[in-house]
Write a protein that binds this ligand. Structure first.
Ligand code: SF4
Ligand code: SF4
Length: 515
């Protein structure tokens, strides 16, 4: 849908509205389902291999257990007053028009069953309160629509009661796993982390070879020996970063940016081959035990290597797990240097150095980029950075403005706490959900197109591995080059001047000296 912008500096014109409410398309996404996990992937995570014969009893038992242990989950199920404030706030609803992708409708898929079995009115007058029996069709509907939610929490920002649909989605997925119907993509990845240490299944030898190659590239590029250390005992800092940083663009350029910052800061640091993954898909499947097991690998790596600090690289949901849950899941971290918060984000580390004037930049190195910034959902709505409210919005932007001359924000109602999901978060970054991913990305991409139209923006920066991967795939669908998505630390790495590094100025000076 387009609207007329009468106040545009270039005169009135039609602009697409990223938040335009679509016409309803009932059943448009019905039956869309990601592949189901194979028995061996289920069992590795402690779940039944396939649908158990007594699945109904088991599902209700698990629902009761979750409602008892997670007070918020029960409050969310009991509280909704159907005010409608959340209905048009989900990017999947905006992109698909399917009314079951309205957050309140998504919640009701589970709430209606909860009411039937756990409330007085639902037990005796189900037709009065919208309660329904748990049937195999309902189970299939859960599998479909709870895998059309990226757990982004945008809807919860607009709910007057703070009802968080993401928590309900996580609970539904946990119930599904407990009856033997897990999602292939997430569960297979969790299995790889348990076996090898990262989502990619990259073994220590391959990881070492990759890092050595990158060190050579860095030296060729800068003339300076910048290290990417692996398993170095006694290093001060353990970097926990998404494994995407080891193998794909634009992630790798972000990793090179962290390495340059660490080098210039003069700190000793290391990556761990045992905990070579920041991502924690235990969050996506809503399963505490798996989330804990993955988190404990980080604690173990920190103890084994004898580090003093833990810093996380650019990964959205990993930062949520780290910031909000790491201490509960794997703490206490009393063996680390208590002068530093546990954990720290690489953006906090870099911004601290910038504020202390410890890094030198040539911003013109980024002049080919006219940048905007995509706030990743889990950073924006489920964590913080620095010691001030809103630091998670301000710090990445402050870094970008320190290293680039051209920065323009997208419309205010599509960024920061209102940010629009990339469309591939929450365990949906799989090709069997490509259609959903494109539709879900449409609001964000429309907001990007707006800022391209208004300010000539060419690139979008992000601090989340999932966002970067999703946008690399989506950019060409919306008229951009695939590499129009960049890492924040890629921009830092482009502009940083390493001590002793030859710059254009030094070359000019050398040429000016008479022979
Ligand atoms: S959490 Fe995000 S994806 Fe899920 S219903 Fe709410 S807005 Fe939609
Ligand atoms: S905004 Fe909250 S209370 Fe209103 S319909 Fe949505 S979930 Fe229910």
């Amino acid at each position: 849908m387009a609207s007329l912008d009468m106040d545009h500096p270039d005169g009135p014109r039609f602009v697409a509205d990223p938040l335009a409410v679509p016409s309803l398309k009932c059943g448009a996404m019905e039956g869309l389902k990601p592949f189901v996990a194979a028995p061996e992937h289920q069992e590795k995570l402690g779940f039944p291999g396939e649908l158990v014969p007594d699945w109904k009893e088991k599902a209700l038992e698990k629902m009761a257990d979750l409602a008892k242990k997670n007070r918020a989950f029960q409050v969310y199920l009991d509280t909704c007053v159907k005010c409608g404030a959340c209905t048009d706030k989900c990017h999947y609803f905006l992109g698909t028009g399917d009314p079951k992708n309205m957050p309140v409708a998504r919640q009701d898929l589970l709430r209606s069953v909860y009411r039937r079995y756990f409330t007085f009115a639902g037990k005796y007058f189900p037709w009065l309160v919208g309660a329904r029996d748990l049937t195999e069709d309902v189970l299939q509907e859960w599998y479909s629509y709870y895998h059309q939610c990226s757990e982004c929490r945008r809807c919860s920002v607009f709910c007057p009661y703070g009802i968080d649909t993401a928590e309900i989605t996580m609970a539904a997925r946990d119930i599904l796993d407990h009856v033997g119907v897990g999602q292939k993509y997430s569960n297979e990845i969790i299995g790889k982390v348990k076996d090898i240490g990262n989502n990619l299944g990259l073994n220590p030898k391959a990881l070492r070879a990759t890092l050595e190659d990158l060190e050579e590239d860095l030296e060729d590029d800068t003339g300076i020996s910048v290290r990417l250390p692996l398993d170095e005992k006694g290093a001060d800092i353990l970097l926990i970063t998404p494994s995407a940083d080891f193998f794909a663009e634009p992630h790798i350029d972000g990793l090179l940016g962290y390495a340059k910052v660490f080098h210039e800061a003069g700190v000793s640091w290391t990556i761990s081959s045992y905990a070579s993954e920041a991502a924690n898909f235990g969050l996506f499947i809503g399963n505490y035990e798996n989330m804990r097991e993955i988190s404990l690998r980080i604690r173990q790596a920190a103890l084994d290597l004898g580090v003093k600090r833990i810093i996380f690289g650019e990964c959205g949901h990993a930062w949520r797990v780290a910031y909000s849950y790491l201490n509960t899941l794997a703490g206490p971290f009393d063996f680390l240097d208590q002068n530093y918060p546990v954990p720290q984000h690489i953006c906090e580390f870099t911004w601290d150095l910038i504020q202390k004037d410890k890094l030198k930049f040539d911003k013109s190195k980024n002049d080919e980029f006219r940048l905007t910034f995509h706030d990743s959902c889990n950073v924006a709505r489920a964590s913080r950075m620095g010691d001030m409210p809103g630091g998670q919005f301000e710090i990445p932007r402050a870094i970008l403005k320190s290293v680039c001359n051209h920065f323009y924000d997208m419309e205010r109602d599509t960024i920061m706490e209102s940010t629009l999901c990339c469309g591939g978060g929450g365990g949906l970054l799989t090709d069997d959900l490509l259609e959903l991913r494109k539709k879900g990305a449409t609001p964000r991409m429309t907001a990007l197109q707006q800022v391209t139209q208004d300010h000539g923006v060419t690139h979008m920066a992000a601090i989340c591995a999932i966002c970067k991967t999703q946008f690399s795939k989506m950019m060409p669908e919306f008229g951009y080059e695939m590499d129009s998505i960049v890492s924040v630390h890629q921009m830092v790495g482009n502009a940083i001047i390493l001590t002793g590094q030859e710059t254009d100025d030094t070359e000019d000076e050398e040429q000016a000296v008479p022979a």
